[in-house]
Design a protein around this ligand. Sequence first.
Ligand code: NDP
Ligand code: ZN
Length: 379
Amino acid sequence: MKISKNLIIMGLFGLATLATAQNKEPNQTKGLAVFEKKGKFQPYEFARHAVGDNDIHIEILYAGICHSDLHHVHADWGKEEFPMVPGHEIVGRVVKTGKGVTKFKIGDYAGIGCMIGSCRTCEACKHDHEQYCEKGAIMTYHGIDRYNNNEHTQGGYSKDYVVAEDFAIKIPADAQIEKVAPLLCAGITTYSPIMFAGVTKGDNVGIAGFGGLGHMGVKYAVALGADVTVFDITEDKRQDAMRMGAKRYVNVNNPEDLKDLSNSFSFILNTIPANYDINMYLKMLKYDGQLGIVGLPAFANMPSISLDKFIWQGNRKIFGSQIGGIRETQEMLNYSVKNNIYPEVKIINADGSLVDEAYQNVLDGKVKFRYVIDMKTLK
Ligand code: NDP
Ligand code: ZN
């Protein structure tokens, strides 16, 4: 039988179309979601967009539990969309690359933090501060991905993630991979303001709130040679602070501990997720000192500054800081791995009731210092 050339071409064309169509199929995946405000975690199946030319597909290995996840699940910061799969401290292995990808190859480790896209052209993006994108950074979950059909983004308590390679972080093959995930949020959120404040050897630095973020702040400030004082509300963590290299531990519920601290600190980093006395910390700044704020309590429970104290004890600066840009996140990651700076983690299986329990323990101050979910155990 003679097969016409046209038929062969049509056949090949058909196959090619099929391959492209298959590539464009969304990726079905599953994760752990809450279905309402303060809900329990349950399995949830959903789809992520197909791997585009500049995207990588990551099989998630570990996902950290950040207090911001709790704020979202509790709708502390305003209205939320449900079902919600939280998680913005993500590490995994690359299982697929788009044809334009240059930074990653299959088998590499990759990390994803709090954001997965931005306009890349505004002033903030041009300065490598995509988190302050003037058109809005696209968040890893509870975001609308305007570059992928307005997909409602879902986070890292899941099997896999599809992300533009420019928003993924390279993780060295020799990193302690089970401890890396929290670096992608807790690490960069403390590293960035510490660098911005110019912390250097011999500085008197305070870290307020000694949890997931705070303990990373202590490690970075100690590594830079600062004299670090830790502020928290419990006696339970005093020894841990000293073990991590702090010089002093202040239990703010103990008036004795608070003595002689006025005009002491060149920099205080505040990571507290609940209401607190911000004026007390302002008073502890020395002349020309800086207060960097990253902790964001529920909107209904926000601390406020007394303008009188702020003005009468002037020449102190307060700045806010949100995570860090992609360039700085890569810098933090390299710095952390090179200097063996990792979070202290408690690894749990990807089981809804264990995540529920972990959330309660974070609220009750019972975790030292960061829960990480082993996503390979998701059933
Ligand atoms: P954690 O719950 O892990 O840590 C918070 C710590 O603060 C705990 O040790 C807690 O003590 C302590 N604390 C609570 N109240 C006080 C107080 N009045 N004085 C001193 N310490 C106190 O939270 P995370 O570190 O994960 O997150 C902290 C905050 O940072 C959250 O609001 C989170 O949303 C925000 N965040 C901000 C980011 C940004 O880009 N700016 C990024 C990521 C997080 P105990 O454990 O004993 O209760
Ligand atoms: Zn976070």
